[in-house]
Design a protein around this ligand. Structure first.
Ligand code: ZN
Ligand code: ZN
Length: 434
């Protein structure tokens, strides 16, 4: 590999080849496992333990044992998987795009464009989408099928698909941006005070002109948007306006669509993929990159914002897992969850987030501070409302200590705060899951 030598501007030098076989092996291990979090955050080279690469790296082994020591973990925040990329093979409604970007259909049957109003019944949120009749090709699925006690039932849909997909993608983005509060109110469990208060302070921080750093405000807003966008790819959409494309509400009480008019399977796939490709993917990438930079910068003034973002991302895993469980139940699958590889990705992502946060918070110190005392407040540069939230939070966390312990030892990954509660854990260590 060629690189420029900083001392000799313009002169290209070759990196020294590893002469010593031990050096060579060390480099190979570091490449394979990447740097551990401590070394990455300190911007130093990570030397794996030469005797046993599963043991802490040299820097971690020499870290001050009197302080809490973050386990030596080679997670990378920007690699964390935050969302589902698409349906599993069994539930794929068309093979037209096969993992590629959704494009405008080319096999239309009619020039007539109809506009349908759709909802997922999260509060009063609705969206209007243009659709058009298309000519099906092999692999397009035009019905929903489900198991009942005596066999199978089918609900057939007319061949309508979303048209003007680029514009619809932009409209979905606007919809997400505008409906954060309604989505939070209808989805976040109102009995869970920590959840309610945390989402409330996150939304207030976005709106507050007292949070002066625009990048920080945008980061929190983007994270809230990612959380909303992730809900848009969960619950099925139903047609709620006067234009029903000739469909009638499903009349089978055993169907998951009972009493509702579903969108056609192709529309379902198109909306799902538009949200994933045009919104969730770019948002996720920019959020993780920004959080990685902010963690590295480690300024007192950005601690609170990174805490909020990590909290929301962890809650996102809990809700997405809960959806996966409902999906498995709806389709009467034999396992508790429907998509185990997805869940494994979530768990590794959650542990990555927790490891970064604990590294950043030096073992949860901010949650042990007395937020009624001016020193902590001055250091963290929190607003009055944020400080008030932290004061309450420290009390709530204390009260919930046993409950948090029970959660961590259980395997109910879809429960509220299953991951989030580990942000408050002293001397956190990753647990074994799945
Ligand atoms: Zn290291
Ligand atoms: Zn290490």
């Amino acid at each position: 590999m060629k690189r420029k030598s900083p001392g000799n501007a313009g002169q290209v030098v070759r990196r020294r080849a590893y002469q010593d076989p031990v050096d060579r092996e060390e480099a190979a291990l570091t490449r394979r496992y990447k740097a551990c979090i401590r070394c990455r955050m300190q911007g130093i080279k990570c030397f794996p333990n030469p005797r046993d690469h599963t043991r802490p790296c040299i820097t971690c082994e020499l870290a001050n044992p009197k302080l809490w020591v973050l386990p030596c973990v080679r997670y990378k925040l920007t690699d964390a998987s935050l969302f589902r990329l698409g349906p599993t093979e069994d539930f794929l409604k068309s093979k037209r795009w096969a993992g590629r970007q959704i494009k405008e259909l080319s096999t239309w049957q009619s020039a007539d464009i109809k506009v349908v109003e759709l909802t997922q019944d999260h509060g009063n949120t609705r969206i209007r989408i243009p659709v058009r009749k298309f000519k099906p090709i092999p692999g397009d699925i035009l019905f929903y099928r489900w198991k009942i006690s005596s066999g199978e039932r089918t609900y057939v849909c007319p061949p309508y698909a979303v048209t003007h997909v680029e514009k619809v993608g932009a409209e979905l983005r606007r919809h997400i941006y505008d409906t954060t509060a309604v989505h939070v109110e209808s989805i976040v469990n109102s009995n869970n005070t920590i959840l309610v208060e945390t989402f409330r302070i996150a939304m207030k921080s976005v709106a507050s002109t007292r949070v002066q750093d625009v990048q920080i405000r945008n980061l929190i807003k983007d994270t809230l948007d990612l959380w909303v966008a992730s809900r848009l790819i969960e619950k099925p959409w139903r047609i709620c306006g006067d234009e029903t494309l000739g469909m009638k509400p499903d009349d089978d009480p055993e169907s998951g669509y009972f009493g509702r008019i579903p969108v056609t399977p192709i529309m379902d796939l198109q909306i799902d993929q538009l949200v994933i490709q045009m919104i969730v993917k770019p948002l996720g990438k920019s959020i993780l990159t920004c959080l990685e930079q902010q963690t590295k910068r480690s300024k007192h003034s950005n601690w609170f914002a990174t805490y909020l973002c990590f909290f929301i991302l962890l809650h996102n895993y809990e809700v997405a897992t809960s959806h996966d469980r409902e999906f498995a139940e709806l389709h009467r699958l034999k396992d508790r969850y429907s998509n185990y590889p997805l869940l494994e990705g979530f768990h590794s992502g959650a542990k990555t987030i927790l490891a970064y946060f604990h590294y950043r918070s030096k073992g949860g110190i901010p949650f042990m501070l007395d937020w009624a005392d001016g020193v902590a407040v001055k250091m963290a540069e929190t607003t009055e409302e944020q400080t008030e939230y932290l004061r309450k939070l420290v009390d709530m966390v204390q009260v919930s200590g046993n409950e948090f312990l029970r959660l961590k030892e259980s395997d109910v990954y879809e429960e509220d705060l299953y991951f989030g509660s580990q942000l408050f854990e002293k001397s956190w260590q990753p647990s074994r899951t799945l």
